[in-house]
Design a protein. Structure first.
Length: 239
């Protein structure tokens, strides 16, 4: 691929070109200080893809001098300024927002999400009383968030005709699918979490997009819903 940074063209050798798509770039706090990335996006198949910063690539490859500031560097400066003026003890992190029932809104740290998927409801099978599905050559258990964190359901909803949205979570060689009602957005927040009504699997609540949102402890939810599945595995960093 022939790219250009500060009027200087250069070639980037890649393994394969797959497609061209329109995307929405989301900033990722975890990438702060890594000048070759400018953010991330969720692809149509549910995978999280990193977005390359062309200026940062050119500087890393010494195609141009490091005198120019990349978009990511500028974003990092602004983020640092914001952190300096923010509430103490509130770390900025990237969160996946989802609906839970008619009124519930939940957030999951994006760093521990392996994939986001959507399937027809017909993929759900049962094994020993546990809902499961066939996924990438494995049989993985399914956990319904609404059964762990109670939510008000829509009595008029036609469950048979709807697809399911699944947050895929992995620890070591074990994978679990968390069924949620709907993915809403990905946001970067400095969440000031308050423990208002302690519940299993919920760290606390905070406000984002003008709505009270529950921050989930996904590893705890999975361990409670499928006892013994993740025994012997280490919780991922940031979980």
């Amino acid at each position: 691929m022939v790219l250009q940074a500060e009027s200087r063209p250069f070639g980037l050798v890649v393994d394969a070109i797959l497609d061209t798509v329109e995307i929405v770039v989301k900033p990722l706090g975890q990438l702060k200080g890594i000048d070759i990335y400018s953010g991330a996006t969720i692809m149509g198949d549910g995978r999280v893809a990193l977005i390359l910063d062309v200026l940062g690539l050119a500087q890393r490859a010494q195609v141009i001098a490091e005198g120019g500031e990349s978009a990511l560097s500028e974003a990092g400066v602004e983020a640092n300024r914001g952190e300096a003026g923010g509430e103490a003890g509130c770390d900025r992190q990237t969160l996946l927002l989802a609906e839970n029932g008619l009124e519930g809104r939940v957030a999951i740290p994006l760093a521990i999400v392996a994939r986001l998927e959507e399937f027809p409801r017909s993929v759900i099978e049962r094994a020993g009383g546990q809902e499961v599905m066939q996924y990438r050559g494995q049989i993985i258990p399914l956990v319904r968030l609404s059964q762990i964190v109670p939510a008000t359901s829509d009595p008029d909803a036609d469950d048979q005709g709807r697809s399911i949205q699944v947050v895929v979570y992995s620890e070591g060689q074990k994978t679990v699918g968390l069924i949620i009602d709907r993915i809403v957005d990905i946001v970067e927040e400095r969440a000031q979490v308050e423990s208002l009504a302690p519940r299993a699997g919920v760290v606390g609540s905070f406000v984002t997009q003008r709505q009270v949102t529950d921050l989930l402890d996904l590893p705890t939810i999975v361990r409670a819903a499928v006892p013994g599945l993740l025994e012997g595995t280490e919780r991922p960093e940031g979980a």
